[in-house]
Write a protein that binds this ligand. Structure first.
Ligand code: RET
Length: 251
């Protein structure tokens, strides 16, 4: 059988991202201590997001939160020969899904509060989000020969479309009521979010799904996306919030 596993580059990347998430968490904590507790909602959300990522990267860097997934890969041959299968074992970092199940709802809350979305709309987006991550986890451990893998992937993509729909339609409309500064900022940061988030299922498809990328390559690709989606998103949100009093929320 073939074994696809993490090597030196992947391990180094996991430690580097652990440090970045830790430093971001310390900076965000410092930023939240410099303002009154009543105004810390975005700071608390954003800091929780990087703290959870720090913990998840600690797990992965030390070799936790990962397991072997056995795949029976079907191979087709020319000249009317029958199909054969090949055993592949690939490491799956399930710790990511635990991280995403907690942090993506918090990221959505950041955006939802910024836009001033209503409770029902927020609830739909959050439930769709948790559904997306859990069905994505099932996809990661699904068999290729039963249709489970890409079936779960398709279901996760539908859930993702529900999130996009809520943000693009209800989020944008709600943000207009908060004035043009807030709505312009919401549109920019939501567009950034959509681009970064959409890269996750693409990476999943070529790495986890299609196995066209090594385990190390997968770790590096998700590392870049995680840094954009969490610390970069967070600093952009908190700095803009501090300059734009209209973004304040009463909660
Ligand atoms: C999966 C695979 C199944 C199909 C889809 C996915 C989407 C994942 C997303 C993840 C976002 C993660 C973020 C992490 C924060 O750092 C589960 C990969 C649609 C959108 C933003």
């Amino acid at each position: 059988p073939e074994f696809q596993k993490v090597h030196h580059d992947g391990k180094t990347t996991l430690w580097v991202v652990f440090v970045i998430m830790l430093v971001a968490s310390i900076i965000f904590t410092g930023m939240s201590w410099s303002i009154p507790i009543s105004k810390r909602l975005y700071h608390i959300l954003t800091t929780l997001i990087t703290i959870i990522a720090t913990i998840s990267y600690f797990a992965m860097a030390t070799g936790h939160g990962v397991t072997w997934h056995h795949i029976k890969a079907v191979e087709q041959h020319d000249h009317g020969l029958p199909d054969t299968t090949r055993d592949i074992y690939r490491q799956v970092y399930w710790a990511r899904y635990v991280d995403w199940a907690l942090t993506t709802p918090l990221l959505l809350l950041d955006l939802a509060f910024l836009a001033g979305m209503n409770g029902g709309t927020i609830l739909i987006a959050i439930v769709a989000d948790v559904t997306m991550i859990l069905t994505g986890l099932f996809a990661a451990f699904g068999s290729e020969t039963t249709g489970q893998k890409w079936g779960w992937y398709a279901i996760a993509c539908i859930a993702y479309l529900v999130i996009i729909f809520q943000l693009v339609l209800n989020g944008r409309t709600a943000s207009l009521a908060k004035g043009s500064n807030v709505s312009k900022f919401f549109i920019s940061i939501a567009a950034f979010t959509l681009i970064v988030w959409t890269a996750y299922p693409v990476i999943w498809g070529v790495a986890d799904g299609g196995r066209h990328i090594s385990v190390d390559g997968e770790i590096i690709a998700y590392a870049v996306l995680d840094i954009l989606a969490k610390p970069i998103f967070g600093i952009w949100l908190l700095v803009t919030h501090s300059r734009m009093p209209e973004t304040n929320v009463e909660l």
